[in-house]
Design a binder for this molecule. Structure first.
Ligand code: TYD
Length: 137
């Protein structure tokens, strides 16, 4: 599986740092929604779903967490701990986030508004859908 990590340009000077996110420039899709996860309690696992269509970019703007990506064939784990890196999570990717640092703020940019219909929350169903797709190829 190819993990897509976008390196975001830091505009820094002696006052501190700034990163700008612009769709179709360093964000490879139109930004329709932004949300952020924070105050995640110790030991909690979040995500545990895939999306039929949604594309997202995920940035640990503060702190860190571990991220599991699963495309139905392969599982990849990575540490998100850099506000200058955006992880692209395409549609039909199972994701889980865990080991959140106490200060972790995880920002998510998405190409569509919130829609519960777009979620796949059952892992078995996700795997069956992936198999169905690869049989069609
Ligand atoms: P959920 O998707 O379960 O979060 P996580 O992926 O971190 O486990 O969402 C938590 C709650 O927030 C759920 O009640 C749905 C709501 N929600 C919105 O209203 N809008 C959104 O954009 C998102 C992502 C969630």
């Amino acid at each position: 599986m190819e993990v897509k990590l976008v390196q975001l340009q830091k505009h820094g000077d002696d006052r501190g740092a700034l990163i700008a996110l612009e769709d179709q420039k360093n964000v490879p899709f139109p930004i329709r929604r932004v949300y952020y996860l924070f105050g995640t309690k110790p030991g909690v696992r979040r995500g545990l779903h895939a999306h039929h269509n949604l594309r997202q970019m995920i940035i640990a703007v503060r702190g860190s967490c571990r991220f599991l990506l699963d495309d139905g064939r392969e599982r990849v784990e990575l540490l998100l701990d850099n506000p200058a890196q955006g992880l692209i999570v395409e549609s039909m990717m199972w994701r889980e986030m865990y080991d959140f640092s106490e200060d972790c703020v995880l920002m998510v940019l998405a190409d569509a508004h919130y829609d519960e219909i777009d979620y796949v929350r059952d892992y078995k169903e996700f795997i069956e859908m992936c198999r169905g797709e690869s049989d069609e190829k």
